[in-house]
Design a protein around this ligand. Structure first.
Ligand SMILES: [Zn+2]
Length: 287
């Protein structure tokens, strides 16, 4: 009996210690693979934002994309056949936000569901005046707590084609996954924020809510959709951080600094984003 117990304990230890080592070895192997020329053509055609990155970060992005594509399942929905072009486009935009972070941040992401275009979801919610909406809404993307991201291919293309309008559905949905993993939006509405992150983001969130209540979209750079709740605020702020970094740094330096600290990146030092005054694209609802 003691021998059996010893053998079982040894087996558990081998699995517990061995698996992370095996995963790390696999990832090292994947990162060392050469970049397929087709991927480069897809990035040039579909993800112009990548061209703003310094060369070293572009190389790191390619390596992370290989790991991401080996780890995550892609599922076509409503008859969509998922192509290599789609997988590469999503992987590039999903990996960009974690370039300064550990790729284990996405360990909980299991699969990406792709629809050909905006998809309908059944929703029921109540607005601030108590009016209940019960019906269907069109969505460009959704992020689920169970490690699933749902995206519309048409909206991915549209939002990626303009790299400096602050609207990018892939960055938005994967920011939600980072939020889920780290609890980034949990303390934003507290009266006494426990740390600078919550104090700065909470203040910026309240500013956006007040502007949205007044119907004034000129108070801050951020899309009024971020006033929906703290989760949406972080996702929208992340879109601006990567697509309009110089303008965000000018508009709200404290918010930019906090995001810079979390993402461990300084996109304002990359190639320039849009000149001041450019207007954001229309946003299809996403969650
Ligand atoms: Zn959202």
């Amino acid at each position: 009996m003691p021998l059996l117990l010893f053998a079982l304990t040894a087996l558990v230890l081998i699995v517990l210690i061995g698996r992370p080592l095996w995963v790390a070895r696999q990832r090292r192997h994947l990162r060392a693979q050469p970049m397929p020329p087709f991927w480069l053509r897809v990035l040039q055609r579909r993800v112009p934002l990548v061209a703003r990155l310094p060369a070293a970060l572009q190389a790191d992005l390619h390596a992370r994309m290989r790991v991401f594509l080996a780890d995550k399942a892609f599922i076509g929905c409503r008859g969509l056949e998922v192509t290599e072009e789609m997988r590469v486009t999503v992987a590039a935009l999903a990996c960009l936000p974690i370039l300064g972070r550990d790729e284990t941040d996405y360990d909980r992401v299991r699969q990406i569901l792709l629809y050909p275009d905006a998809f309908l979801v059944r929703v029921r919610h109540q607005d601030r005046d108590g009016v209940v909406f019960d019906g269907e809404e069109a969505r460009a993307g959704e992020s689920w707590h169970e490690g699933q991201v749902v995206l519309s291919w048409a909206d991915i293309l549209d939002s990626a084609a303009v790299p400096d309008d602050g609207y990018n559905v892939v960055i938005h949905e994967f920011a939600h996954q980072l939020d889920d993993a780290h609890g980034l939006s949990t303390d934003l509405e507290l009266d006494t924020p426990p740390h600078a992150w919550a104090a700065v983001l909470g203040a910026a969130y309240r500013r956006l809510v007040e502007a949205a209540d007044q119907g004034d979209d000129t108070v801050t750079l951020l899309d009024p959709y971020g006033a929906t709740d703290p989760c949406e605020f972080f996702a929208v702020a992340s879109e601006a951080f990567f697509e309009q970094p110089a303008r965000l740094a000018e508009d709200d330096p404290a918010l930019y600094a906090q995001l810079q600290r979390f993402y461990r990146l300084d996109p304002a030092r990359w190639a320039p984003d849009a000149p001041a005054g450019a207007s954001p694209a229309d946003r299809v609802a996403s969650t």
